[in-house]
Design a protein around this ligand. Sequence first.
Ligand SMILES: Cc1cc2nc3c(=O)[nH]c(=O)nc-3n(C[C@H](O)[C@H](O)[C@H](O)COP(=O)(O)O)c2cc1C
Length: 379
Amino acid sequence: MSMPLLFSPISLRDVHLRNRIVISPMCQYSARDGMPDDWHFAHLSNFALGGAGLVFTEASAVVPEGRITHGDTGIWNGEQAESWARIVAFLQSQGAKAGMQLAHAGRKASMQRPWHGNGAPDETDFARGELPWRIVSASAEPTADGWLMPDALEADEIAHLTQAFADAAARCDEAGFDVVEVHGAHGYLLHQFLSPLSNHRTDEYGGSFDKRIRFAIETARAVRAAWPSHKPLFFRTSSVDGIEGGWEIEHTVELAKRLKAEGVDVIDCSSGGHSPKGATNANLARGLGFQVAFADQVRRGADIMTQAVGLILDGPQAEEILQSGSADLIAIGREALQNPFWPHHQRQAMGVDEAYDDWPVQYQWWLQRRARGLKKMGL
Ligand SMILES: Cc1cc2nc3c(=O)[nH]c(=O)nc-3n(C[C@H](O)[C@H](O)[C@H](O)COP(=O)(O)O)c2cc1C
């Protein structure tokens, strides 16, 4: 049997992934002052033990005001970079590569953690000492009625934030990360500039398509310049807004072409994030692999590698996506929360590793003996 593509190594610039399974960025809302701690170590380490090729951190803010909640991680100072370095080293020691997602939430900053309401901050948050801060966006328009009002960024503030993304990328290199992804999706700051639904500026950062993509392009350019040329750069897009008059897949394909010219290697094809209902991304009909078609269109239309994500539930489904040429990488999010050992289990289910050969050696000997024992018992 030939090795499924899903479990075949892939090289991105000089970074070699052991397989094509990526753990998608997943906020934990559990940091203090942006510092990753033991929770983040344990949470992310599981995925490396579980056999993923690349493990992304959650969206980590490039400036404190860019956090979605008080609990977001950051990479705006050296102390945070040092704390990330410990996590990165462990992921790498287990054969995984480590990716950082660089983020700024824009007008979706200073909101509640999901389990505190997932909305605009209120008295319950203030009672915990979690006060709101000044938020910014492309235009002075809130996410939804009742949400905090952002200030429209001045041109010099945009330049400052572009530099903050670049500085954060340099810290990622110091921390030993293998991959950096710029978060341009889910209704956060860069997406707020891209989408005509949230960008009503009349200066050089708003209006036409070229002007609306300018901040994203300048950010990618600055990050690429600060990030070593032998390491790959990803960009996450909301491929469509899913709202009439919003950002469409043709725009993503064109943006991907421009990003490729700036040295972006992979487009991570997500969707949504602008919703009149607030923070969630429920504008598209959900179904198995509901965003794969976007990865496919971007890959073919812009001739760039893509990462497919969203309700990819098992190995055969993932393999079909890769075999059909729709994507180069498969990202899983909630499947990994459900089963951090998803990659190892899919290898077994697909008959690639029947003997626990790829499991951590600390588990392998016991599980092999257990398997033999169960077989003898006819179980
Ligand atoms: C707990 C949780 C946190 C998330 N945080 C982020 C994030 O920090 N950055 C991001 O781009 N997407 C985030 N997402 C979206 C996931 O990366 C992924 O795109 C989404 O869950 C769809 O994939 P799935 O169906 O495999 O879960 C998050 C999803 C979950 C479940």
